[in-house]
Design a protein around this ligand. Structure first.
Ligand code: PEP
Length: 251
């Protein structure tokens, strides 16, 4: 049984005062004994205060990126040790915005994945096709390349602990979500490819999230699919009540 995981990706939004207000409100909404995992992926400048506010709650903290080294002369970068130090459990890696604007390749994302694991962070690894790739019927080819490239060289134990996020690029921030059937088709394929790498027992355990224009209205349908184990939520996670409704999709 895979425990649902719903993660908020705030991207480059929210200053400290907004983060404080959000987290106080959100904690007051969320039930203590919860049967699902919730993660807030906060911008770097807010991680410390978010970690303090979330301490003792059942809501986990995540970052949105990370560098591949523990420390050193890498001006402007953030290391896995720094993320652990402020209380992060998770880190989003290979988001399509990082691939697009910062030229991150599967090979580089894979280095980050291995580094995150080495330092005790659980990576949420994003993959997904662009609109052009979908229209050219290249979705499966792209997903296979990303799975084999970004998720290579894991040991079996780590391979079942990481989280994969299927985020079709054409659905991110566009208001055009994938249909439940499109999400299922892609995520079933991702699981199959993962099984080819790490075996079917591992592939049955790994959680695969859907991401792309999730709303409180559409999430229940998406979650009804067999291979959808949760969501990575951008825009609709910026408001605590809207994100709470998404977290409570089946209640
Ligand atoms: C995302 O950034 O990971 C995302 C899915 O964004 P949105 O929900 O706004 O489409």
């Amino acid at each position: 049984m895979r425990k649902p995981l719903i993660a908020a990706n705030w991207k480059m939004h929210k200053i400290i005062s907004e983060i404080e207000d959000y987290i106080r409100k959100f904690i007051s909404l969320v039930d203590k004994n919860f049967d699902r995992e919730i993660v807030l992926c906060v911008p770097f400048t807010g991680l410390y205060i978010a970690g303090k506010l979330l301490f003792g709650s059942n809501i986990k903290l995540g970052a949105q990126n990370m560098y591949i080294e523990e420390k050193g002369a890498y001006t402007g970068e953030i290391s896995p040790v720094m993320l652990k130090d402020v209380g992060c459990n998770y880190v989003i890696l290979g988001h399509s915005e990082r691939r697009k604007y910062f030229n991150e390749t599967d090979e580089f994302v894979n280095k980050k994945v291995l580094t995150a694991i080495k330092f005790g962070l659980i990576p949420i690894v994003c993959i997904g096709e662009t609109l052009q790739e979908r229209e050219q019927n290249k979705t499966f080819e792209v997903l296979e390349r990303q799975v084999r490239g970004s998720l290579a060289n894991l040991n079996t134990l780590d391979a079942e602990k990481i989280v994969i996020a299927y985020e079709p690029v054409w659905a991110i921030g566009t208001g055009k979500n994938a249909t439940p059937q499109q999400a299922q088709e892609a995520q079933q394929f991702i699981r199959q490819k993962y099984a080819e790498l790490y075996g079917s027992i591992v592939a049955e355990k790994v959680r695969i999230l859907y991401g792309g224009s999730i709303t409180p209205e559409n999430f229940k349908g998406i979650m009804s699919q067999k291979d959808v184990d949760g969501g990575l939520v951008g825009g609709a996670s910026l408001d605590p009540e809207s994100f709470y409704k998404i977290v409570m999709f089946d209640k």
